[in-house]
Design a protein around this ligand. Structure first.
Ligand SMILES: Nc1ncnc2c1ncn2[C@@H]1O[C@H](COP(=O)(O)OP(=O)(O)OP(=O)(O)O)[C@@H](O)[C@H]1O
Ligand SMILES: [Mg+2]
Length: 259
């Protein structure tokens, strides 16, 4: 495949996802620029995780297309999807670690699957990944022995194992103390600066998104209410966007405020 600098790492075209006759995502368009960090906000159950799963090719859209590095992934078979996914890391909302495996084994899983960095090199790389998420020396611990925030950071280390150029984060800082959260924010920016990683971050942490993202979107009733730099969203003429960013309980986003 030929790729040029203008190829968008992630492009969504009229993407829709319907499940149980609910239109979770409705005709979404998005073009993420190389190295861009895009935030996605939205109330619980609005389809943020679904959006990331579609981008990873874990579920198939009802309609529309997902292009990764210029390749339309809708309709690819599993081996083809695996190839595309090598360049993508996903940090799952609940970390999704294997409880019976140590931290090191969890992180090394993608390396084993793709036969990368055998022997001592693998152990060194796992140690380096743990250092990146401020968890040095945790190789032999089991997920059950870790706090929620620590599990999340192991999930990030695992997502980075194959050095992907695309990272999808599902609430990467939820449940973390402010200092650990800031460290994750810094890591996301560092990956962009050092390797040009392109990221989508699902998060409710408006302050953190303001620090990290180039643009942010508010997902509501299957659509992006807005997609712009956060500072612009905060002064948006759309009252629903402003309500979401300020966290007000009443307004156009909540039914009681509809009238
Ligand atoms: N496989 C499925 N079967 C049935 N409904 C589903 C399925 N996947 C998603 N949904 C529905 O799609 C909607 C969006 O779910 P999703 O998990 O994407 O929301 P979310 O924005 O990530 O929420 P949260 O902030 O709580 O994590 C929900 O109403 C959910 O019930
Ligand atoms: Mg979710």
């Amino acid at each position: 495949m030929t790729m040029n600098a203008a190829t968008s790492p992630i492009r969504l075209e009229r993407l829709s996802y319907v499940v149980d006759s609910v239109r979770v995502l409705d005709d979404i368009d998005l073009r993420v620029q190389p190295g861009e960090i895009v935030g996605v906000m939205g109330r619980s159950g609005t389809g943020k995780t679904t959006l990331l799963r579609l981008i990873m090719g874990l579920i198939a859209p009802t309609a529309g297309r997902v292009y990764i590095n210029g390749t339309d992934i809708t309709g690819l078979d599993e081996p083809e999807l695996d190839e595309v996914r090598i360049d993508m890391g996903m940090v799952f909302q609940g970390a999704a670690l294997f409880d019976s495996m140590t931290v090191a084994e969890n992180i090394a899983l993608p390396l084993v699957e793709h036969r990368r960095r055998a022997g001592g090199d693998r152990a060194r790389w796992v140690a380096e990944l743990l250092e990146m998420v401020a968890m040095s020396g945790s190789e032999d611990r089991l997920p059950a022995q870790l706090s929620g925030g620590m599990r999340k950071r192991v999930g990030i280390a695992r997502a980075l194992a194959l050095e992907p150029h695309i990272m999808l984060y599902d609430e990467p800082t939820a449940g973390l103390d402010p200092i650990s959260a800031a460290a994750i924010d810094n890591l996301i920016q560092h990956l962009r600066e050092r390797v040009g990683v392109t990221s989508i971050i699902v998060s409710h942490a408006v302050r953190s998104l303001r620090r990290v993202c180039d643009r942010a979107a508010v997902l509501h009733e299957g659509r992006f209410l807005a997609l712009a730099p956060i500072v612009e969203l905060e002064t948006s003429s759309d009252a629903a966007v402003r309500q979401f960013l300020s966290g007000a309980s009443e307004g156009p986003m909540t039914e009681r405020g509809q009238q």
